[in-house]
Design a protein around this ligand. Structure first.
Ligand code: SAM
Length: 247
């Protein structure tokens, strides 16, 4: 059988493409791409002439089966998304699972990832961290997610679309409090890259006074004041009699 390569591609800056990614994309039989129009541009830039197959969130089943068939007949396939690492808030996971079920070799070819790139430049303690990706779009559902996350001590990483950023920052402030630290990493690796560091209250103010454009990744400090919970001790449940009987 062929191999399934998971290939990372730039998140904005074409210079972040790796030598290995270029070679693999040139050598495989097919590239499964989230949006072939985007991947064509990447291929043209790097002199890659491999045929493309469309693989996106709306055709994962049909396209996935076809790709697995190709792999079984010995073809090598690379999966790419529009930017960064496939599978990370992007299509790919279903295909990887299918390939594993069919005992097809899965080969990761690492490249840039927006969340980790934001995290290392944030200045917020990088570990442990929790990558959440996109919060729910529905207000009620998002509120429930944030309520749960409010207690987490891990650094939290979110992706957010520019047109939803303002509301999400408000909801974050409502649930986490005004003083929680946040870093908004904007347009990473691109010309207008910016790292906006401050409290949630300051982030809301920034969003209220600026035109919000570009791609954003949010790094939010974990909860530093989790109240000590009264943990029920397991031995309060035991009686002496139970113990004696066991002995
Ligand atoms: N697979 C990608 C990765 O590995 O980073 C993430 C894909 S997800 C569909 C796209 C989201 O990632 C954007 O909405 C934004 O939140 C974040 N993102 C992607 N590129 C970015 C960049 N250059 N700067 C900041 N955030 C970025």
């Amino acid at each position: 059988a062929g191999k399934l390569f998971i290939v990372g591609t730039p998140i904005g800056n074409l210079e972040d493409m790796t030598y290995r990614a270029i070679r693999i994309l040139q050598e495989v039989d097919f590239i499964a791409a989230e949006d072939t129009r985007n991947t064509i541009k990447l291929c043209n830039h790097f002199d890659i002439h491999t045929p493309l197959i469309s693989y996106h969130e709306h055709n994962t089943r049909v396209a996935g089966e076809k790709i697995i068939e190709y792999l079984k007949t010995g073809k090598d396939i690379a999966i790419v998304s529009d930017a960064g690492m496939p599978c990370i808030s992007d299509p790919g996971t279903d295909l990887v699972k299918l390939a594993i079920e069919q005992e097809i070799a899965v080969v990761p070819v690492p490249g840039p990832n927006a969340a980790v790139t934001a995290l290392v430049a944030s200045g917020i303690t990088p570990q442990p961290f929790l990558f959440w990706g996109f919060l729910a779009r529905q207000k009620k559902e998002q509120k429930e997610q944030l309520k749960k996350l409010q207690r987490y001590e891990e650094t939290l990483l979110f992706y957010e679309a520019p047109h939803r950023l303002k509301q999400t920052l408000r909801n974050l402030t409502e649930q986490f409090g005004e003083e929680r630290k946040i870093v908004m990493a904007r347009e990473l690796t691109k010309r207008f890259e910016e790292l906006l560091r401050g409290t949630l209250a300051e982030a809301v103010e920034w969003a209220d006074t600026h035109e919000i454009r570009g791609e954003f990744c949010l790094v939010v400090e974990g909860n530093c004041n989790v109240q000590e919970e009264v943990i029920e001790e397991w031995w309060t449940e035991l009686s002496i009699k139970d113990h004696v009987e066991q002995v």
